[in-house]
Write a new protein. Sequence first.
Length: 139
Amino acid sequence: MKSHTEYLWFTTRKRREFINITLNVRECLRKSGITEGLCLVNAMHITASVFINDDEGGLHQDFDKWLEELAPHEPISQYRHNLTGEDNADAHLKRTIMGREIVAAVTNGELDFGPWEQIFYGEFDGCRRKRVMVKIIGE
């Protein structure tokens, strides 16, 4: 059994943004040389997410609208967390809803996905540098 770890870094231009990182993860898998195993992709920040879904712009707009309805950014005074001087309580809640990480099977050296499945980095408190860990284990 062997393992391979890489870190992907992102700085978004907007506070909330979804980035398709499937090609980045596939490149990590290629470099690992692992053909059978598991691939973990983890958002290393508590206001960001990694999830699997369809790469369709309307869906991403739906996610953004839905998340903003569930946990609106403003007014920031509605959140106790923001009494600490922060303004990102909504981002913590959005991350909890969208998830911290994904685990994907690796079969014959490829991510073993169903049709339309892609990996996304979801940023909810952006405009600063954040990282995503990719850890692949197997043979």
